[in-house]
Design a protein. Structure first.
Length: 359
């Protein structure tokens, strides 16, 4: 996939410098950690446990099965870990583990706040930052929010090489100073890599997952959870065009996930140029990075917010349109594990949860 890198970098540079008044092309907000566990209602509905560990954020109606015929997240959630209370969607991504090169045991890499939000939400461990983006280029800035029950998957957990990888899924090696701001410039640009960073990252690792921007307009899901949506040709951060098979330009969703690797930055763990991290699904390369999305906005709240970009809403600031909650209430929205087990947050595990093999 071709990347209009210069244009995008310029756009994002503008957005970052204009941060106080905000960017007109996206909504950006923080969601704190709901739970870390092996449950995946999209890929393994009903399974408890599912094959690998995820961090989940969003509405607390999250469950092993999220059948749109029986679950309506806005009515069934009693709280959300996202800052906007009308957003009871669920957003989830695979955990990263450190594998000790000394004895082969595993410990989960903690997640940290994305400093872009001034630490107002995510001062505790975990969470992620969600973006909903309108076209970055083209004249039609209008997006259509998908219907309740919509869900999708980005990335492919079976990938272990660059071949066929998703240009819109990447890792950034953060400098110590990036711990506050999360790093600036276009996502998945020059210095970002599809693979895990190959050197010690003083400020941790930022994962970026950009979802498709085009929908077939009919199916809430598809057997592979991907084919009802499509990336617009030629770009990862999309413009206003969509292919005829997937004509509906939906808001483009992006996650930023901050992994605090600093306790594992001892150069002894990086011998022979081998990086020590593995994804919870057994991927030691990083190419299999993926994420899940389950739409759960109340009523037309997201449509109203997207339509207000450039007038009443810009990046972090959309409180004229959306209801915001205090950061401590978002942080306070957590959930007990449905799949009860030690996921290696403080102890060393002999194997990855689920005895997932590293291959
Ligand atoms: C999850 O689903 C089970 C079985 O359908 C149900 O008993 C339980 O109340 C649900 N939990 C939550 C938190 O919604
Ligand atoms: C395994 O190695 C890690 C560091 O690489 C160490 O902290 C841990 O204590 C070790 N565990 C055992 C059982 O030796
Ligand atoms: C972040 O901090 C800056 C500078 O102090 C301030 O202008 C801005 O409003 C803050 N943003 C949020 C979302 O708190």
């Amino acid at each position: 996939m071709l990347w209009p890198t210069i244009t995008l970098a310029a756009l994002f540079a503008q957005d970052v410098s204009a941060q106080v008044q905000g960017s007109a092309d996206f909504l950006r907000f923080g969601c704190s950690q709901l739970v870390v566990e092996r449950i995946d209602p999209l890929v393994s509905p009903g399974a408890n446990p599912s094959p690998h560990t995820h961090q989940i954020v969003g509405g607390n109606s999250f469950n092993t099965t999220m059948d749109p015929n029986t679950i309506d997240p806005p009515t069934q959630s009693t709280c959300t870990s996202c800052i906007y209370t009308e957003d009871t969607s669920n957003y989830w991504t695979a955990s990263i583990y450190f594998r000790s090169p000394e004895n082969g045991t595993f410990k989960r890499v903690p997640q940290m706040a994305n400093g872009r939000l001034n630490g107002t939400l995510l001062e505790q461990e975990g969470g992620l930052t969600v973006y909903y983006m309108r076209p970055f280029s083209g004249s039609n800035k209008k997006t259509t929010v998908p219907k309740p029950g919509f869900r999708m998957l980005a990335g492919d957990p079976t990938l272990r090489s660059k071949a066929g990888n998703f240009a819109n899924i990447c890792h950034r090696c953060l400098q110590a100073s990036d711990r506050v701001m999360g790093g600036s410039g276009a996502p998945c640009s020059a210095s970002d890599t599809a693979a895990f960073p190959s050197k010690v990252c003083p400020g941790g690792i930022r994962g970026t997952i950009i979802f498709p921007s085009c929908w077939d307009g009919k199916n809430l899901d598809s057997p592979d959870h991907r084919s009802h949506v499509a990336y617009a040709a030629g770009s990862a951060l999309a413009g206003d065009k969509c292919p005829s098979t997937h004509p509906v330009r939906i808001p483009q969703v992006m996650y930023e996930i901050m992994f605090d690797t600093t306790q594992f930055n001892n150069p002894d763990y990086w011998k022979n140029g081998k990086q020590p991290f593995v994804y919870s699904f057994g991927d030691p390369t990083g190419y299999g990075a993926h994420a899940d999305y389950l739409f759960g906005w109340q009523g037309d709240a997201l449509q109203r917010a997207m339509d207000a970009l450039g007038t009443k809403c810009a990046s972090e600031d959309c409180t004229k349109v959306l209801k915001i909650q205090d950061g401590k209430n978002a942080i306070g929205c957590t959930k007990a594990q449905l799949a009860k087990e030690d996921v290696g947050s403080s102890t060393w595990l002999q194997t990855l949860p689920g005895e997932v093999a590293v291959i």
